[in-house]
Design a protein around this ligand. Structure first.
Ligand SMILES: C[S@@+](CC[C@H](N)C(=O)[O-])C[C@H]1O[C@@H](n2cnc3c(N)ncnc32)[C@H](O)[C@@H]1O
Length: 250
């Protein structure tokens, strides 16, 4: 019987947990969690469970990945029911590969439970579809920074030519460089670009601009929460709904 679960906690709103994630949290004996998992979600865990903060949050001090793998394997070896809780979906920028490899190497069976990823949450906040017939036929999920915290070596021209929607994770700090690459690759400076901070959580806010203007807007707002950047023609219709009024504090 599987006793180790890699669980996506979704974007932060406890109502956006899957039923399965909730059931596993309520019956867990050990929960290893990332900072993105959030207090409101942890409050739903079995009160008797041991909660271990492994604090992964980009740009902040966090437990080294090797140590997280070690803690996970050690917890699994106790035979207890272990939930490894990760923000959003575990399989998208969640370092799930390392943890699955560590469990496999230790001969420990596990199950992965999907969660709602940040791009889906941001699209819901904006009330805009990430794909749209004739306008955006693809969705590209990109990391905004590379292993050395610089820009990743994306194929800027291919991404620009695709005409798809670009969802940039972990990109608020590197946005000026990202935007410069896209414009140099031929993207129109007025291409719609939006940043959603804390999607689905308290402190949720939106900044709306173009690929040319968004970097300055984000730098001025200096967001402290997680930020998802969406770029593409499909976003031209991003709603002016009330939530947009709650833009980042300026
Ligand atoms: C290490 S990645 C983890 C992504 C996660 N596995 C997912 O599927 O959403 C962290 C990045 O996800 C994005 N992110 C996660 N939660 C978010 C939220 N509630 N609002 C906005 N962006 C979020 C931000 O770009 C953040 O820098």
């Amino acid at each position: 019987m599987t006793r180790v679960f890699l669980v996506g906690s979704g974007p932060g709103d406890p109502d956006l947990l899957t039923v399965k994630a909730l059931r596993l949290l309520q019956t867990a004996e050990v929960v290893l969690y990332d900072s993105l998992a959030g207090k409101a979600i942890l409050a739903l865990a079995n009160p008797a469970a041991e909660l271990i903060d492994v604090g992964k949050r980009c740009g902040k001090t966090s437990t080294a990945q090797a140590e997280i793998c070690r803690l996970l394997v050690a917890a699994a070896r106790t035979g207890k029911r272990v939930v490894r809780l990760k923000g959003g979906d575990a399989m998208i920028f969640g370092r799930a590969t390392e943890e699955m490899e560590a469990l496999r190497a230790a001969g420990i069976g596990f199950e992965v439970v999907p969660g709602i990823t940040a791009a889906s949450a941001a699209a819901s906040v904006l009330q805009v579809s990430l794909t749209r017939r004739e306008i955006a036929r693809s969705l590209h999920i990109l990391a905004g920074h590379g292993a050395e915290s610089g820009l990743p070596a994306h194929d800027w021209v291919a991404l620009t030519r695709s005409g798809g929607t670009l969802a940039v994770y972990m990109g608020s700090k590197t946005l000026p460089g990202l935007a410069a690459h896209f414009i140099e690759a031929g993207m129109a400076p007025e291409m719609p670009a939006l940043a959603v901070e804390n999607a689905s959580m308290p402190g949720q806010g939106v900044l709306r601009g173009s690929i040319a203007t968004l970097p300055r807007l984000v730098a001025r707002a200096a967001p402290t929460g997680p930020v998802l950047v969406l770029i593409g023609a499909a976003l031209a219709d991003a709603t002016e709904a009330e939530v947009l009024a709650a833009s980042f504090a300026e």
